[in-house]
Design a binder for this molecule. Structure first.
Ligand code: BES
Ligand code: MN
Ligand code: ZN
Length: 503
């Protein structure tokens, strides 16, 4: 069960809870108060800020300082969470608030009910701010316990009940309804990414995607190996041929009323990427359980768009395969023929994402969409270029920039990347239309985009979001981002689709 979230405009004295969350800024000489912190300060007889300073609080991001109210006020604990330095214009960005809310949720495990004053940070709470507090609170309260045996009933679990203090509870209803929909979509992605590959093979991912889609009112179609062979999906079949658990292609379709745009979503669904015969080193191979993060994100986005009833036509085309070495695996030197008739010489079986995506993009384009949004854990080069938290966005100029602009609002860091013309030579093949992997490693993320571009019809606006790093957190939790699956880029895909509808 996801935690609940509601708004209240009652006075603080009348909102009992197991803990109250206030924001503090980072000043040059100690923590800065915010309106929410001042309200608690009054309740505690004016000693909150000096107590926080005594405890060494600085107001830095991800810093949570807990203190006992010693019986003053209707909550036993105050959690003061750092917002970082205020913006030059004063106040704090919605993303600073979202991260602080997430950090507070993570620090409040073991407290069932939480009242949060973060919506008061930096002035009057508008819908965007309430939304940020709600998202951060719920996303930070995520946990994945499906594989923990003997969980003690009295363990410190994440909070189950959030109350956001606002001046007008009625006005907070709509943003909080949206928060529930968005955070459940993110949780679905995280759950799918965190499910181990022995349990989440292609047929299982397809079945779970179809089930989630149908529950959201979408129509679902699963192509099995016979269907893929009949349909000429040579790329999906080649990559899937090394595994005893065959490949699939899932299609989810939503037809919103008064549709203003036709959107194609495509996401990479490699349920495990060993590299195949071009096998990966052992060291971090287990991270490749996350190689279906793009698939999970487009499935969840399709469900979310339906749940929000957006006026679009939308189809998610999701190729799924397990990339393993075996006697039946595809080989380096094989030539693969894709759905649209183009042919690739396989020079590295570890560049398998683009091989399954080629078929999926070709199929998605057959529906004549207005735009195509694709996301994948495509290249290690993304991590080299942009680090683990910032996704690279490529494609046609306008849609690429629209995705990056949407990411500014969602708080999922992204950066536009070029597709230098001269890099296209990197996939020239002496015998086929192209090779799947360039020989030299320079600009690997951009060469991957060039390969995908071969399957996008001329004139179709498209964007490719490489989420190799941002979709899976191998480090410590931060803000509202847990270890493991992060849910990136669901919130940016949604924001982009909403912008397309509005624009
Ligand atoms: N799934 C990987 C990319 C990846 C690497 C995702 C690290 C997340 C973390 C992808 O299939 C892959 O192996 N790409 C190769 C391409 C190369 C052979 C051209 C890579 O990046 O090394
Ligand atoms: Mn690979
Ligand atoms: Zn891969």
């Amino acid at each position: 069960m996801p935690p609940t979230i509601t708004a209240t405009d009652r006075p603080l004295e009348k909102t009992p809870a197991d803990a109250v969350v206030v924001g503090i800024g980072k000043g040059t000489s100690g923590p800065l108060p915010t309106p929410g912190a001042e309200a608690v300060d009054r309740l505690l007889g004016g000693r909150l800020l000096s107590a926080l300073a005594d405890l060494g609080a600085r107001g830095a991001p991800d810093e949570v300082t807990r203190l006992s109210t010693l019986g003053q006020g209707p909550f036993p604990v105050v959690a003061a969470v750092g917002l970082g330095a205020p913006e030059p214009t004063g106040g704090y960005s919605p993303e600073a608030v979202r991260r602080a809310a997430g950090a507070a949720s993570r620090a409040l495990s073991g407290r069932g009910s939480v009242v949060t004053l973060l919506a008061a940070v930096g002035g009057a709470p508008d819908a965007e701010r309430v939304h940020a507090v709600g998202e951060g609170s719920l996303l930070g309260a995520y946990e994945f316990t499906a594989y923990k045996s003997d969980l003690p009933a009295d363990r410190p679990a994440p909070p189950t009940e959030f109350t956001v203090v606002v001046p007008d509870a009625g006005a907070a209803k709509a943003p909080l309804a949206r928060v529930r929909a968005v955070t459940e979509a993110v949780a679905l992605v995280r759950d799918l990414v965190n499910t181990p590959p022995n349990d989440l093979h292609p047929a299982e991912l397809a079945a779970r995607g179809a089930e989630a889609g149908k529950a959201a009112g979408l129509s679902a179609e699963i192509l099995d190996e016979d269907d893929l062979a009949a349909g000429g999906y040579g790329g999906v079949l080649a990559v899937g041929s090394g595994s005893a658990r065959g490949p699939r292609l899932l299609r989810l379709t939503y037809s919103g009323r008064k549709a203003r745009r036709k959107v194609a979503l495509v996401g990479k669904g490699i349920t495990f990427d060993s590299g195949g015969l071009s096998i990966k080193p052992a060291a971090n191979m287990h991270h490749m359980t996350s190689d279906m993060a793009g698939a999970a994100a487009v499935i969840a986005t399709a469900c979310l768009v339906a749940r929000l009833g957006l006026p679009v036509e939308l189809t998610a085309t999701v190729p799924m395969a397990e990339n393993l070495p075996s006697g039946s695996a595809y080989r380096p030197a094989d030539v693969v023929t894709f759905r649209n008739g183009k042919k690739a010489e396989i020079t590295n079986t570890d560049a398998e994402g683009r091989v399954v995506l080629a078929d999926a993009i070709a199929r998605a384009a057959e529906d004549s969409p207005d735009v195509l949004l694709e996301t994948s854990t495509l290249t290690g080069a993304q991590l080299v270029a942009l680090g683990s938290r910032t996704a690279g966005v490529m494609g046609s100029d306008d849609l690429r920039d629209a995705v990056v602009a949407a990411s500014r609002r969602s708080g999922e860091p992204m950066w536009p990347m070029p597709m230098p013309e001269e890099l296209r030579r990197g996939i020239d093949s002496p015998i086929a239309d192209f090779v799947n992997a360039n020989a030299d490693r320079m600009g690997g993320m951009l060469v991957g985009a060039h390969f995908l571009a071969e399957f996008v019809p001329a004139g179709l606006p498209w964007a490719h979001i490489d989420i190799a790093g941002p979709s899976y957190n191998t480090g410590a939790p931060w803000g509202y981002t847990p270890k493991g699956g992060t849910g990136v880029p669901v919130r940016t895909l949604l924001a982009t689709i909403e912008d397309l509808i509005a624009g």
